[in-house]
Write a protein of this length. Structure first.
Length: 491
């Protein structure tokens, strides 16, 4: 049976300071989930922004329903869920879902209709019971991501673009999302699924298209899916997956000891690390593993005792500055909101912790040298030290935050979802940086809902349930199914 066409892209070209898209020809069918893959900088975001209507000055033509996409205005048939969420923090969840389409009569919002429609949309993504009157800034990142997906579904668009939609979701939430994608397809809605997680792409997509250097270099249907071919197409060379180096953590060389950590979610939590150990904290949303990192970096009201490299502290840091003085670094989950100064240069962001000139002047020559050194280690791709960090891809923005800590002799580095929204190649490069830091003696704690990612880097994985350790697994004896089971209940 010949598929019914929804969108036809013909010879799409787009340049900024250099060409980003080069003669893209692609067809999206109705009721289809098309996976779009490619390394950071391949052109995925630019293509999705063109389809979503935020970029209109491109060459070529996109036809849908016998009309050029440019001809659609407020009634565009395309909704986009961006990786970096674009929500209005001081509005309610309901107002965010229907922003721009609020039910009203004579300019007065129909609150009853708004709440009923918002609650119905939230139920579709498994958030029934969530108070839709709550301000959106009061909920966590994973919940905000599901709310954004509910918004796209509620608009009943013909095409929904999902840009890294599972980056903050746990397994049950991913399955709930997949269920909604199937439901959307039954309504003859199409989905463009942009992701770096090949297992998820292969599980949900009907076809995949691979972008490299602004060109479509591979298209495969479900029965043709081949991981080796996809990775090779993305990189331009034959893929050989990097394995974690054989690491030997010397037992009995304790250099980190956390005792009696107490917060709202954690009660008398204990954790000991060997020198240079990479420890992963894994749990369901709200289990408490993320709170451990925040407590150690002075971002939450907490109590406890800490020994770090033979130095004992009767209390935990009360501020990030205090944590920094104790040689503790932190990479936050939401890099754009908490990790970067988006309006500033790459060099200023990387050298942020070392700007000590009492006159407030920045030595650009010195910061450029430091940036070059850090960029070589992290394999950061950038045009120059004064380039705005906001112009970098997600993976390179994450590398810039990592690079910030490389100039410091850290005793402990805390990483919250360090590879969220990062492509396959950049992910492996970040894993390599993590391993090198650990080999130099830095203790590293990674909190993540992505178990496969933890298993690539960590020496030990500790599962957290209701603020307590349920079990721990060392690399030589761990099993993915057992680790997953351990996140569900206290053993």
């Amino acid at each position: 049976m010949v598929p019914e066409v929804l969108l036809t892209l013909s010879c799409i070209k787009k340049s900024f300071s250099k060409p980003v898209l080069n003669s893209i020809d692609l067809q999206l069918n109705k009721s289809e989930c098309l996976g779009l893959l490619g390394a950071n900088g391949a052109g995925k975001s630019t293509l999705s922004r063109i389809l979503g209507g935020s970029i209109t000055d491109y060459e070529g033509e996109i036809i849908t329903a016998d009309r050029p996409l440019r001809a659609w205005r407020d009634d565009s048939p395309v909704s986009t869920v961006h990786q970096e969420l674009s929500q209005i923090s001081n509005l309610s969840i309901a107002e965010n879902i229907f922003f721009g389409r609020l039910p009203n009569q004579y300019g007065v919002i129909n609150q009853r209709s708004l709440l009923e429609s918002a609650n119905a949309a939230l139920e579709l993504v498994g958030l029934e019971g969530l108070d839709s009157l709550k301000r959106i800034e009061e909920v966590d990142l994973a919940t905000r991501q599901l709310i954004e997906i509910a918004r796209a579904i509620a608009h009943r668009s013909e095409l929904i673009i999902l840009d890294e939609p599972t980056s903050s979701l746990n397994k049950p939430e991913v399955q709930r999302l997949f269920k909604q994608i199937h439901s959307a397809k039954e309504r003859k809605t199409s989905v463009l699924f942009i992701s770096h997680k090949l297992d998820e792409v292969f599980a949900i997509c009907d076809r995949i298209a691979v972008l490299r250097d602004g060109e479509i270099v591979l298209i495969q249907s479900r029965h043709e899916f081949d991981e080796e071919a996809v990775l090779s197409a993305m990189s331009g060379e034959r893929s050989a997956e990097k394995q974690s180096k054989d690491r030997q953590v010397e037992r009995g060389t304790t250099s980190f000891n956390l005792k009696n950590l107490r917060t709202q979610k954690l009660k008398n939590f204990h954790l000991t690390l060997q020198r240079g150990e990479i420890a992963g904290l894994h749990g369901l949303d709200g289990a408490g593993h993320k709170e451990i990192l925040k407590a150690l970096f002075g971002l939450s009201d907490s109590q406890g005792e800490l020994t770090l490299d033979d130095k004992s502290f009767k209390s935990l840091p009360k501020t990030p500055h205090a944590a920094f003085r104790q040689r503790i670094g932190y990479v936050p989950e939401d890099r754009q909101k908490f990790g970067l100064l988006l309006g500033e240069s790459i060099s200023l962001n990387i050298c942020l912790n070392k700007l000590k000139n009492w006159l407030g002047w920045v030595n650009k020559k010195e910061t450029a040298i430091q940036t070059l050194k850090a960029a070589r280690i992290t394999k950061l791709v950038y045009e120059g030290p004064e380039q705005s960090v906001s112009e970098l891809s997600g993976g390179n923005q994450q590398k810039a935050i990592f690079a910030r800590w490389l100039e410091h002799d850290l005793a402990l580095l805390l990483l919250d979802e360090p590879t969220r929204g990062v492509d396959v190649r950049a992910r492996e490069e970040l894993h390599e940086v993590i391993r090198e830091l650990a080999s130099s003696g830095t203790n590293i704690i990674i909190a993540s809902n992505d178990l496969k990612d933890l298993m690539k880097s960590c020496d030990r994985i500790i599962t957290i349930v209701h603020g307590k350790t349920s079990k721990e697994f060392w690399r030589e004896s761990w099993d993915e199914a057992e680790i997953t089971t351990a996140t569900l209940s206290i053993a």
